[in-house]
Design a protein around this ligand. Structure first.
Ligand code: FES
Length: 227
């Protein structure tokens, strides 16, 4: 659902935090391995507000919220990500009964792996209805929006999300993960450019992504912890 009626928005402040407006629900989710798949479990309860600022520099002592540390650390919040649209950036993996678009913008959340195989293998074997169904789950659960499954008519198969923000923690890797932005919340750059509005996207909050403002999984190699 393309639901922007609530007028929610994320504004990136120059060399500072993400300013979230419009009463966007905020929660913490923990990535937990269950056999060969990953699931989200509920994390800490976080305070709700009409407006709040989320740390982007990785230095806050009050994460996920900004506490002004970005000023003391001289955070460079330059935005480097391509502004080309997803469908123009993505590679197409054509399967017999499903197409997969993959833009390689990976947050390493690992939801692309299912019991029978990964999303690429499942797509290539989508003439099997079970593998096709699993491929759709594997693509749709990718929080980064790197992976989108398309049916034979060219329609994207997206989960139905209301606007919400989830702060991810990765218990298996023992790191803190990115900000999962769900439900087509507009994200505006520091200069006023609105990025392509998407149902799923992950924003960097360790301050070290090379593809800012989006997550590129650097939080794992740098062992980012928001504690
Ligand atoms: S952006 Fe303000 S403390 Fe990190």
């Amino acid at each position: 659902m393309m639901n922007n009626e609530k007028k929610c928005k994320i504004k990136i402040l120059k060399n500072g935090p993400y300013l979230v407006t419009g009463n966007v629900p905020l929660s913490e989710k923990i990535i937990v391995s269950k056999g060969k798949i990953n699931v989200f479990e509920e994390g800490r309860k976080l305070p709700q507000a009409e407006e709040y600022t989320l740390c982007r520099c990785g230095q806050s002592k009050n994460a996920p919220f900004c506490d002004g540390s970005h000023e003391r650390s001289g955070f460079n919040g330059v935005e480097r990500a391509s502004r080309a649209k997803f469908e123009d950036r993505a590679e197409v993996i054509g399967g017999p009964n499903l197409d997969l678009l993959d833009d390689n913008r990976c947050a390493f959340a690992r939801f692309c792996h299912r019991k029978d195989g990964n999303v690429w293998w499942l797509t290539e074997n989508s003439d099997n209805p079970n593998y096709r169904a699993e491929a759709i789950i594997a693509a749709s659960e990718c929080p980064a929006g790197r992976l989108v499954a398309y049916d034979n008519t060219g329609k994207p198969l997206e989960p139905n999300y209301e606007p919400a923000i989830e702060i991810l923690q990765d218990s298996e890797k023992e790191v803190s993960g990115p900000i999962f932005v769900k439900g087509n919340i507009p994200i505006e750059s520091a200069e006023g450019y609105t990025y392509e509005i998407r149902n799923r996207v992950t924003l960097c909050r360790c301050g070290e992504s090379r593809n800012t403002p989006f997550c590129d999984a650097t939080h794992i190699t740098m062992k980012f912890s928001d504690k």
